[in-house]
Design a binder for this molecule. Structure first.
Ligand code: XIL
Length: 369
């Protein structure tokens, strides 16, 4: 995608299996065996550590496995490591309203029920975006007034369906580009301008007054223009009394663009200073793979970037959650999206943690600073 052009379930954790790893390679970080600790247990109580639930609904296909249905070890991983889950695709427009006024909540309901069963919160993702929209919406030839009605009905129905069960919603996803301009291709902002965003938040709030409502985007930490556009919009919305509650920093990072974004923590703080919650919503750290495998150096750098991302959140009192995207590596969206890149998550597979996992544990154990 163009997006980053610059850029029944299980009970308690099984006992850790005996390590199957062979002799460590001197000074090279190596995958650990099954994690013996849980991220959600070591995290401070006021920081929820999370994962997306991969796959989902009408976006299923070869690039979209459905492991929540088919993979017991994946369910175990989600059930034991995390305190918040985000359906990765199941609540996107094409999944949830594949035909006008025809809703399919099956995949979303399964993810939400799974989270509830394991005492985990849910982040809802998302209500308006320039991608994953069905053809009936993008090619329907609707007037601006009709689009307004369509968005109202969608938000009221979807947020209403999960009223009281979804703690936070990404209401407006990726509405600005890296130059701080409105992102082209969003059916609603294209037709109605940025003003529709305020209405989207009001409608979501009417449908579930308890949900914390977010803006959400990538590269906010690395593009000053994009960051400024969001800070300006957030100030305006708050001044108008619009129920904006949080800023989501996706955190799709790439070792190809070093160093770790120097403005990461200050970006979180800038939104917190407006009185918003902030969340890292889609953290992953991808890399170019030579011969299909990550090197020890790459894994060590990746671990350090995960550490820095979590440390950034811990340093900002209003930073409430860190959600990782598409784990484990075997299910990640990265290889299908960024040619030649991968190994973006802290797990190789459902039961094999990487150095990044150990770095996350250490960062979380260090607590708030
Ligand atoms: C991605 C999913 O991971 C893929 O499975 C899907 O094919 C496309 O969308 N920003 C977002 C997420 O807000 O919804 C995107 O998720 C990744 C980038």
């Amino acid at each position: 995608m163009a997006l980053l052009a610059l850029g029944a379930c299980t009970g308690p954790a099984e006992p850790p299996p005996t390590s199957t790893s062979t002799e460590p390679v001197a000074s090279e970080p190596r995958p650990s065996a099954s994690p013996t600790v849980s991220l959600r247990t070591v995290a401070p109580k006021d920081l929820l550590i999370g994962s997306s639930v991969v796959g989902g609904g009408h976006l299923s296909g070869t690039d979209h496995p459905q492991p929540l249905e088919s993979d017991a070890a994946y369910r175990q991983l989600l059930a034991t490591q995390f305190a918040t889950l985000t359906p990765e695709n199941a609540l996107k427009w094409a999944s949830v309203e594949p035909a006008r006024d025809t809703y399919d909540f099956a995949a979303g309901d399964a993810a939400v029920a799974f989270a509830e069963q394991h005492g985990e919160q849910v982040r809802g993702h998302n209500l308006m975006w320039h991608q994953s929209n069905p053809a009936w919406l993008t090619e329907g030839g609707f007037t601006p007034d009709q689009l307004r009605q369509i968005l109202h009905d969608h938000i009221s129905t979807v947020v209403g369906h999960y009223r009281g069960r979804i703690a936070a919603w990404d209401v407006a996803n990726e509405i600005f580009d890296d130059y701080g301009r409105l992102q082209a291709g969003d059916p609603f902002t294209d037709a109605l301008g940025v003003g529709i965003v305020a209405d989207a938040f009001r409608w979501a709030h009417e449908a579930d007054p308890a949900a914390v409502l977010y803006l959400n985007d990538y590269n906010v930490e690395s593009s000053a223009a994009k960051r400024q556009a969001y800070l300006d919009l957030a100030r305006q919305l708050l001044a108008q009394g619009v129920p904006l509650g949080g800023m989501g920093i996706q955190g799709h990072l790439s070792l190809q663009y070093p160093p770790f974004p120097p403005d990461f923590r200050s970006t979180l703080q800038a939104f917190a200073d407006l009185g918003l919650d902030v969340a890292i919503t889609e953290l992953d750290v991808r890399m170019a793979l030579t011969g299909g495998e990550a090197t020890g150096d790459q894994l060590a750098t990746q671990a350090d970037w995960y550490r820095q991302a979590v440390a950034g959140c811990l340093a900002v009192a209003r930073c409430v959650s860190v959600t990782m995207w598409g784990l484990p590596d075997t299910y990640s969206w990265v290889p299908a999206t960024f040619t030649g890149q991968g190994a973006a998550t802290p797990f190789i597979d459902d039961s094999t943690a990487k150095p990044a996992f150990d770095a996350l544990v250490a960062a979380l154990q260090a607590g708030r600073t």
